[in-house]
Write a protein that binds this ligand. Structure first.
Ligand code: EPZ
Length: 429
């Protein structure tokens, strides 16, 4: 298995192009199942999760083409995918495919809406918690589906098609909102989603569905109204920039020091994280080109944060921010409110010499003068990248194991950091 070797110390200077968002690209790709026409997606990142989802969609009958690299195009430019589900050949999403990636469970919505049936393996838990799908199933039931669990599979049926309804999510759920949006777009009649997720990836999916012919109002607010249509058509849509990748590199610069332009990044997608970084002593300058992040010798100040649904501080940046706080001039409290078990990086950060105490859903991080490189490994992709951030400022060498987690969510991680002066390389085998 590949490893990543990092020698800490150098500041980061230069430009990092921000890729298309993984968590927007995945539901957008799934939306291709809603129509027999071609959905063209631009700015799709090159990631293991994207490849895995292509395999799953292919199993349902999606044909896809990937545009080749054009002359003069830099490697980090996202790809263009053309997806066409002319006919759905299989409404079953099997365990061996779904178990590898949770988001693939969301195919249940378009399959059910278009074909009147879907059989999708339950995704199961993962390293960050149990992550049930009860809200997703409740939403489909509100749209008239019958749901049964048979031998580890969700069997969803709506023989006469889905019909509009009132969906009230008891807790904000990104996946629940994605599935409800897709299902309601092809349902008979009107649907209202209450307590909808407001994440930018929801807005991106809704924008694309509207281009496909859906009637959606209110995406980006807590109440979304959808008037179902009989059919959806093809469209062309560019995936929005990855706010989690943006925040991750911003924290890397904050940690290592230096001055980097995060090219193509959009501040409104992660304002709360940028405000937190500003409070920690980092200069954040937004422009048409992107976001410039700068820390020239100023100390890292401790800041308390609590994760929250958008527009709050994202749970997907919690581990990275904790890495930064390990070097702060004082103690900070980091509270995780979204997932019950998302502190797996704490024991790995401790290997660098970080001082972190856990108290239920809160981590109390006491900044230390120096971190020291160490062999580390992590159990999910955001935790893995927090170890990379710690390593950039640690004395000596760090070896990050299980890098396949990083490949799921960070396009060209080593190349982007090397271009800014980091000492980081991938060792095969
Ligand atoms: C999405 O997961 C993201 N994944 C996650 O990113 C992200 O951490 C999460 O949203 C929160 O922002 C993708 O977009 C592919 P939820 P999702 O439904 O949709 C509970 C990453 O690293 N819940 O918003 O699965 C759930 O357990 C990943 O890129 C139920 O109880 O998250 C959690 O506590 C990790 N029942 C909370 O709601 C349900 O049926 C929010 O989860 C559904 C969710």
């Amino acid at each position: 298995m590949d490893r990543i070797r990092i020698v800490g110390g150098p500041e980061l200077h230069g430009v990092i192009p921000i890729s298309g968002a993984k968590n927007a690209a995945l539901p957008l790709m799934i939306a291709s199942l809603l129509t027999n026409e071609t959905l063209t997606l631009e700015n799709v990142p090159r990631l293991a999760d994207i490849t895995a989802l292509l395999r799953i969609l292919q199993n349902h009958g999606v044909d896809y083409k990937i545009d080749g690299k054009r002359p003069g195009e830099v490697q980090t430019t996202g790809r263009t995918l053309h997806l066409q589900a002319a006919a759905i050949v299989d409404t079953t999403a099997p365990y061996d495919l779904v178990s590898k990636m949770r988001a693939s469970f969301w195919v249940v919505a378009p399959l059910l809406a278009r074909m009147g049936e879907a059989k999708v393996s339950l995704p199961g838990g993962c390293a960050i918690g149990t992550r049930p799908v009860d809200f997703l199933l409740m939403a489909l039931e509100k749209l008239g589906a019958s749901i049964e669990i048979e031998a580890g599979y969700v069997v969803a049926k709506a023989r006469k098609g889905l019909r509009g309804g009132e969906i009230v999510f008891p807790k904000v759920t990104v996946g629940g909102t994605h599935t409800a949006l897709m299902a309601a777009s092809l349902a008979h009649g009107d649907t209202t989603i209450h307590n909808a997720a407001r994440e930018p990836e929801i807005v991106d999916l809704a924008d694309c569905l509207v281009k496909m012919g859906a009637k959606i109002k209110g995406a980006g607010t807590s109440t979304i109204e959808i008037s179902g249509v009989a059919r959806l058509g093809g469209a062309r849509h560019a995936v929005l920039p990855d706010r989690i990748e943006t925040g991750t590199y911003a924290m890397a610069v904050a940690m290592a020091g230096g001055d980097v332009l995060l090219e193509g990044a959009r501040p409104e997608l992660l304002q709360s994280a940028l405000d937190t970084l500003t409070a920690s002593g980092v200069d954040i300058i937004s422009s048409n080109e992107g976001i410039r992040v700068r820390r020239n010798g100023a100390p890292i100040m401790p800041v308390d944060v609590s994760t929250d649904p958008f527009p709050g501080f994202p749970t997907d940046l919690q581990a990275q921010f904790m890495a930064l706080m390990t070097r702060a001039k004082g103690a900070s409290r980091i509270t995780e409110t979204i997932f019950e078990n998302r502190f797996m990086h704490v024991q790995e950060l401790a290997r660098f010499g970080a001082k972190i105490r856990l108290d239920n859903d809160m981590a109390i991080v006491t900044g230390v003068e120096k971190l020291t490189g160490a062999p580390v490994m992590a159990t999910d992709l955001r935790a893995s990248v927090s170890l990379v951030i710690a390593a950039l400022a640690a004395e000596g060498e760090t070896m990050v194991h299980r890098v396949y987690h990083l490949d799921r969510g960070f396009e060209h991680l080593e190349q982007k950091l090397v271009a800014c002066g980091a000492v980081i390389e991938r060792l095969a085998g």
